[in-house]
Write a protein that binds this ligand. Structure first.
Ligand code: SF4
Length: 358
C-alpha cells in the first residue's frame, strides 16, 4: 500500500522590519524650542499626537508614570527628553577615539549587558541635544588643540545615535561638519539599521560607521528592542556602498556552550553577505564581556530572567577606570576568544584591521 502525502507550500513568513523609535512621552526644556531642531521635534511630536510636557532641566525628569521601579524603567526607555547641552567639556573615549561627542544620552534598546544601566543610574530616559552649533564648535576647539594630530570623536559612548537620527538629524550635522575638517574624524557604532538619512551625505571618508554584531545566541538572548542581525548586515552593505569606511564591533564577546560555532557562523555570514566594497577599509573592535558588582545587581533587577552569566567566582578581577573592580574572563578563556576571533576575521577578510581586543 502506498500512502500519498500532499505537500502544502506555505508562503514564506514576512518578517516585520524593526520599526523606527517612536517615544510614548516627550519632555522639552523650554530653551530647546529656541533652536530649529527643538522646534522640529516638537512639530513631529504634535503631528503624531504624542503626549508632551515641559521640564526645567533635562537632567531632572521626575514623575514618570509607572507603579513599580521596573515599570518606570521601561517607560523611561520610551521617553524622549529634548534639551540644550550645557556641558561642553567632552569626556575621553579610549580606546576607540580621543573624545566622546555628546549628541544624545540614553537608548531605547534593552540589551541586558549594556553599561548605560550603570552609568546613567536613575536617568535611563533618552536625551537628545539641540544646540549642535555649540557642540560642534567645542569639537572644533578640541581639533585645533591637537593639530597637527588627527582627533577622533566617538558619537555612541552614551547612546545609539543611529536609532535617534530620524528625530534629530544630528549625525548628519556631525558628518557634514567632519567632512570639512581635515584633522577631524567621526565614528559611531549602532545596533540599528536605520541608516537611510546618512547614505547620500558628503562625508569625504571622515566618518567610520560601525555595526555591533555578535553570535546569534547573544543577539537572540540579550539584545531585545534593537534591529535584527540580518537588518544590521544589510545596512552595513549599504553604508559601504555609500563609500563610508566600515567597521564591526563584536561586543560583548561571550563564552557560552557552542561559542566557537556561534562566532564562526558570524564571520561566515559577514563574509557571504557583505559586498566587496566593504572589505576595502574594514576594522574590527573586539570587547569581551565584563561586569561590575553594581551592574550585576541592576541587571538582575531589570532583567530578572536573564541568562547572562555574571558569576564572580569564575571570572578574573580587574581594576576598572570607573573606580570599581570589573570581572572579565580569566586569561586562558580571553586568549582563546581573542585567538579564535582573530583567526576567523583574517581568514574571511585578509585586509581587515583589528583595532583592539579588550
Ligand atoms: S543598543 Fe547599545 S546603547 Fe542601546 S541598550 Fe543596546 S548596548 Fe545599550
Amino acid at each position: 500500500m502506498t500512502t500519498q502525502t500532499t505537500q502544502t507550500t506555505e508562503p514564506p513568513r514576512k518578517i516585520r522590519e524593526t520599526p523606527l523609535f517612536v517615544p510614548e512621552l516627550v519632555y522639552f526644556e523650554p530653551a530647546s524650542l529656541d533652536y530649529p531642531k527643538g522646534r522640529r521635534i516638537m512639530d513631529w511630536a504634535r503631528e503624531r499626537g504624542l503626549p508632551y510636557r515641559m521640564t526645567t532641566s533635562h537632567n531632572r525628569i521626575t514623575g514618570l508614570p509607572g507603579e513599580t521601579e521596573l515599570e518606570q524603567y521601561k517607560i523611561a526607555k520610551r521617553t524622549l527628553v529634548v534639551g540644550v547641552r550645557k556641558t561642553l567639556k567632552f569626556d575621553t573615549s579610549k580606546p576607540s577615539a580621543e573624545y566622546a561627542l555628546p549628541l544624545s544620552t540614553g537608548c531605547m534598546g534593552h540589551c541586558h549587558y549594556c553599561y548605560l544601566q550603570t552609568t546613567l543610574g536613575a536617568k535611563p530616559y533618552v536625551r537628545v541635544y539641540v544646540n549642535m552649533e555649540d557642540i560642534l564648535g567645542a569639537a572644533k576647539t578640541y581639533i585645533e588643540e591637537r593639530a597637527p594630530e588627527i582627533t577622533r570623536f566617538e558619537a555612541a559612548c552614551t547612546s545609539d545615535p543611529v536609532g535617534l537620527e530620524h528625530l534629530t538629524g544630528s549625525l548628519a550635522d556631525a558628518i557634514a561638519f567632519m567632512a570639512k575638517e581635515p584633522l577631524g574624524r567621526l565614528r559611531f557604532v549602532t545596533k540599528f539599521h536605520h541608516v537611510d538619512p546618512l547614505l547620500g551625505l558628503d562625508h569625504r571618508g571622515h566618518t567610520r560607521i560601525r555595526f555591533s554584531v555578535n553570535a546569534d545566541y547573544v543577539i537572540r538572548n540579550f539584545e531585545p528592542a534593537t534591529s535584527r542581525f540580518a537588518e544590521r548586515i544589510e545596512a552595513a552593505g549599504r553604508v559601504a556602498k555609500a563609500g563610508y569606511p566600515l567597521g564591526f564591533i563584536v561586543a560583548p564577546i561571550i563564552w557560552y556552550d557552542g561559542w566557537r560555532e556561534g562566532y564562526a557562523e558570524l564571520l561566515e555570514k559577514l563574509g557571504l553577505t557583505l559586498p566587496p566594497e566593504a572589505a576595502a577599509d574594514l576594522t574590527f573592535e573586539l570587547i569581551q564581556h565584563r561586569f561590575t558588582r553594581t551592574a550585576k545587581s541592576i541587571i538582575e533587577k531589570r532583567y530578572p530572567k536573564t541568562k547572562l552569566e555574571m558569576d564572580e567566582a569564575i571570572r578574573k578581577k580587574k581594576w576598572g577606570r570607573w573606580g570599581q573592580h570589573k570581572y572579565v574572563y580569566p586569561d586562558e578563556q580571553a586568549d582563546a576568544l581573542r585567538e579564535f576571533l582573530t583567526e576567523r576575521i583574517f581568514e574571511t577578510f585578509p585586509a581587515a584591521k583589528i583595532e583592539y581586543f579588550t
